[in-house]
Design a protein. Structure first.
Lengths: 466, 201
């Protein structure tokens, strides 16, 4: 019988069915970081349990790491304590840890792929909702809570219900100046922030097929913003070429055997789907959020909607958003003044993101009064950027080039908005208070759009500059 | 699993928290995640929202003080996977959540803590919110066995995915013990996966 990738991966990893419809699912790769793991290790110790498969868990530090200096001890004693906890837990249990001194530290969803840990056909879990990123390889990747981190440490399994699969086909070809970020923002705008509840999203169609792995990661990364449990793209030649030669990817003959298996895990052409959605890629414009959920967005050439124009069930949310954001309905989103520009995060902190932002940065200087943060997603991304001369380009344009980490995406480190600052951000969430100031405001957009906004001092259509 | 882990009913007063798409950053702002235990996190539930509301927030409303059941809107708990969110609400005093819908990771985190998240269709939810708003002292009874929420309105039929409902009713919501029960079947599954052995020939 024809099957989707989700079903093939699910069946291959099923240890047993649990009463009530859940599956005991084996987890092929477990990634951990300093924020959601300490309580899990403590619970493990309390229960007198060991880590069942220490070789299948890998750790790094990303959320709390400062991006001005990673020098130990970290300036913030709480951050240093969390880092030491992780180091101790990894040492105790024999878990590989990519710390600041390793040369491999970075955002967990950046380093997993770049090290070749993330592979097609795997199940992947991490105590972070953006674990969906790894689906770009054709893996089934879940964000989990701390109790489930404990479950995976103790048993290498999760108790989880099988999601339905919605195939989202993006047809046609993207226009110049339109990026993967715009594609996923457009998908969430169309399907809503809760439209994905109960679903895995299978992204497909010519636009996804033409994308690089890094672009697919940007799309899959924000599956969770659409409410989906996970999102994936079927593995193809692009996937295999990306993986070849990566440190943890199979080498030599084993790589060829791996490719055969990876290929076999892709969805069959006649696989059944619970739902299908189609979007015309050629009609997607650079997209900008104006509100407090990632679904509240418009094309950069559109106006901010009036609450009366949105469906009844969204009206209260739009009213709340406009009040919080201090934006007027009917006003064009272009021209909105910004105070801060942030380029980075697990959504858009990879080398191709930095290249696109640098291309725009070459065209001018940061507008007076705009604070900027350019934060590579990992030490490897930073090295690559340095080899290509990107930091010099950013610095010459007045951008602040920093060290790798989650930075201003979530404000668990010193990089934060102040007061009501409005930030053009390549990150994934525009929730109230997300970027560290309870009244701070976020406009999500692509790296090129953020760089353009930094130069102009306001939201601008990057297509006019390229 | 010990029978005292069974969650069959939650009785207590309700607290009405209106609004849709309330995310976990609002439930517990990220700065309170800079910790290695969950101790003391309950005091910071909805901290920024409460500060901005200057006391005019349901969690600070004396009429709702001591409530055990939090009544919320649509897509509650969306966003970050932080278990700190249900931990904070539980430590604040809530033992169950009633809403139109819940984000999946939040829902799973709640089950893992033995906290039921049950849903009502929007019109029924609105009726409940209105009733509890008018009479916050009324006792509510969430009965997972019967699948009802009883208030002054009478018994409303609540919904919950069957797997999670069974885990709570049977006291098997602490998944580690259940998963360990598979024994060597875990290793047997691993052996069937070609990547676990590095695609050795």
């Amino acid at each position: 019988m024809a099957k989707t990738l989700l079903d093939k991966v699910w069946d291959a990893h099923t240890v047993r069915e649990l009463p009530g419809g859940q599956t005991q699912l084996f987890i092929g790769l477990h990634l951990i970081h300093e924020v959601t793991s300490p309580q899990a290790f403590a619970a493990l110790a309390e229960a007198g349990l060991r880590v069942r498969f220490p070789g299948r868990t890998f750790a790094t530090v990303d959320h709390i790491i400062p991006t001005d200096s990673q020098k130990r001890p970290l300036a913030d004693p709480l951050a240093e304590e969390m880092l030491q906890h992780l180091e101790r837990n990894c040492a105790t249990h024999g878990i590989a840890f990519f710390g600041p001194g390793s040369g491999r530290q970075g955002i967990v969803h950046v380093i997993g792929p770049e090290l070749g840990l993330t592979q097609p056909g795997m199940t992947i879990a991490c105590g972070d909702s953006h674990t969906s990123t790894h689906g770009a390889f054709g893996a089934v990747a879940f964000g989990i809570g701390t109790s489930q981190v404990r479950d995976v440490l103790a048993t290498q399994c999760l108790a989880i219900a099988r999601p339905k699969v919605r195939r989202i086909e993006v047809t046609g070809k993207l226009a110049p100046g339109v990026y993967a970020k715009d594609v996923i923002l457009a998908i969430i705008r169309r399907l809503g922030v809760k439209g994905g509840i109960g679903y895995a999203y299978e992204y497909a169609g010519p636009v996804l097929e033409a994308m690089t792995l890094e672009e697919r990661m940007t799309v899959c990364n924000m599956s969770i913003e659409g409410g989906a449990r996970c999102g994936y793209v079927n593995p193809d030649e692009t996937t295999f070429a990306y993986l070849r030669g990566r440190p943890y990817a199979p080498q030599g003959d084993a790589f060829e055997r791996a490719v055969a298996w990876w290929r076999s895990m892709a969805s069959d052409p006649d696989a059944p789907y619970a739902d299908r959605v189609e979007l015309d890629g050629a009609r997607i414009a650079p997209t900008v959020t104006y509100g407090i959920t990632p679904g509240q967005s418009v094309g950069v050439d559109e106006r901010i909607p009036h609450p009366s124009e949105v469906p009844d069930e969204e009206r209260a949310g739009v009213e709340e958003a406009l009040a919080f954001m201090g934006l007027e309905p009917g006003q064009p989103i272009a021209g909105t003044r910004i105070d801060v520009a942030f380029i980075g995060s697990c959504t858009n902190g990879r080398i191709s993101d930095l290249r696109e932002a640098a291309r725009v940065a070459k065209l001018g200087k940061v507008a007076p009064g705009v604070r900027t943060f350019v934060v590579p997603g990992s030490q490897e991304v930073a090295r690559q950027a340095e080899a290509e001369g990107l930091p010099e380009i950013f610095r010459a344009a007045g951008f602040d080039w920093r060290e790798p980490g989650c930075s201003m995406c979530l404000a668990m480190n010193p990089d934060k908005l102040r007061g009501r600052e409005l930030c053009a951000s390549t990150s994934n969430r525009n929730f109230k208070g997300r970027q560290g100031s309870p009244t701070g405001r976020t406009l999500l957009m692509s790296p090129a759009m953020v760089a353009a906004a930094a130069i102009k001092g306001h939201v601008v259509d990057v297509r006019e500059m390229l | 699993m010990a029978s005292d882990a069974r969650v069959t009913r939650v009785e207590g007063r309700g607290c009405v928290l209106r609004g849709d798409d309330i995310d976990t950053d609002r439930i517990i702002p990220a700065r309170f995640l800079r910790c290695v235990t969950f101790d003391g996190i309950g005091a910071h539930a909805f901290e920024d929202d409460r500060r901005q509301a200057k006391g005019d927030h349901p969690l600070d409303d004396p009429r709702f003080a001591g409530a055990k059941i939090l009544i919320v809107g649509r897509n509650f708990g969306c966003g970050s996977s932080r278990e700190h969110a249900p931990q904070a609400l539980w430590r604040f005093g809530f033992q169950a959540f009633v809403g139109e819908s819940f984000a999946e990771i939040f829902f799973g985190n709640c089950v893992a803590l033995g906290l039921p998240c049950v849903t009502l269709p929007r019109p029924e939810l609105e009726r409940l919110m209105e009733s509890v708003d008018l009479d916050p002292q009324q006792p509510l009874v969430l009965d997972l066995e019967k699948g009802t929420l009883t208030s002054k309105l009478g018994a409303q039929a609540i919904a919950m995915p069957e797997g999670a409902r069974r885990q709570l009713l049977e006291g098997s919501w602490d998944a580690t013990a259940v998963l360990l029960g598979a024994g060597d079947a875990i290793e047997a599954t691993a052996r069937r996966l070609p990547y676990v052995a590095g695609f050795a020939g």
